[in-house]
Design a protein around this ligand. Sequence first.
Ligand SMILES: *Cc1c(COP(=O)(O)O)cnc(C)c1O
Length: 390
Amino acid sequence: MQSFQPPRRILMGPGPSDVSPRVLAALARPTIGHLDPEFQALMEEIKGALQRLFNAPDHACVPLPAPGTAGMEAAMMNLLEPGDRAVVAVNGAFGGRMADMAGRAGASVVTVDHDWGQPVDPARVEAALAEAPTKVLAFVHAETSTGVRSDAGRLCALAKAHGALSVVDCVTSLGGIAVDVAGWDADAVYSGTQKCLSAPPGLSPIALSKRAQAAIAGRKEKVRNWLLDFNLLMSYWGGEGGRTYHHTAPINALYGLHESLVALFEEGQQAAIVRHARMHQALAAGVEAAGLAFLVDEAHRLPQLNTVMVPDGVDEAAVRTHVLKHWDLEIGAGLGPLKGKVWRIGLMGASATAWHVRLCLTALCEALAAQGHKVDVPAALAAVDAKLAA
Ligand SMILES: *Cc1c(COP(=O)(O)O)cnc(C)c1O
């Protein structure tokens, strides 16, 4: 065997996003024991930082030791028991994954299905909640498969009004658009490190309300998975009265998350959100000047995930191959019904810069030209620059 040397890449797909040198350097610091007092102090600081990040001062916040999907699984497995009713809004791939997990937890699942590219419709969700007592309402705040934002505050309020716990997927939203767990009064909110937090994949920050914690403590049967059982996890992450061994925390990965949070708070959470919005507007101006169209209506677009329609006669996959080969640039393909029809361009975390926007647009136009689809590249870049100067 030989050491693996990854190629240089610019990550502008649906995740992971570019990881900054300071976060990579943090990951390479010496491993210490997970029960070392210095490491326990780091764990405490991360818990507090996650409360600040989620705006969840009264929630229990911990990073789960696996990628974003682990947060989804923890929320479903801890909150649902066999026989419970779960309403899951499905407007893309990740809503579908939530519904699958709720079924595996033994719940009777009612999905509220939407066309891909549409936000979750609160009126239809309310109708489903009104049909029968419901334990959990689950939905995706920022649907990465389509680039759509849904109204989390409204949906959480509907859950509460119908006595249901809300489960909100904020994997792609956290750090890129406002996530206001206290303002929404949400019950279980989870994210991932590899999207707008720009740390490597492998951790899933989760926030659980007092209501959610009480529901978990009062379960009739044990949580069916051991690693993500919140009752056990909290005796490890809880702090007071000393920690008990549960699993070995992914120590160096937590250094990386910590450093990414230091960087985010240095910039300011609000400033980071404004940066994502500005970069999206610049990219959108360039995309439109190049004669390309967005899948999603402007009102529901996510700044951090741009779904651009593939023009007629253009080979979608060949464009991705071209930009990877000639520009070391990764952009995403469409999933499910959008396969072959869209590209998904991420502007997440450290990948949301003017340099990324200009490079991506230049590379994309070159790849289109290589297929005989002529684009006015200077005009597209001028539109980007005009937005950036505004
Ligand atoms: C990426 C993503 C996930 C899954 O996260 P992984 O880190 O890939 O496990 C879940 N939900 C949404 C909305 C995502 O974008």
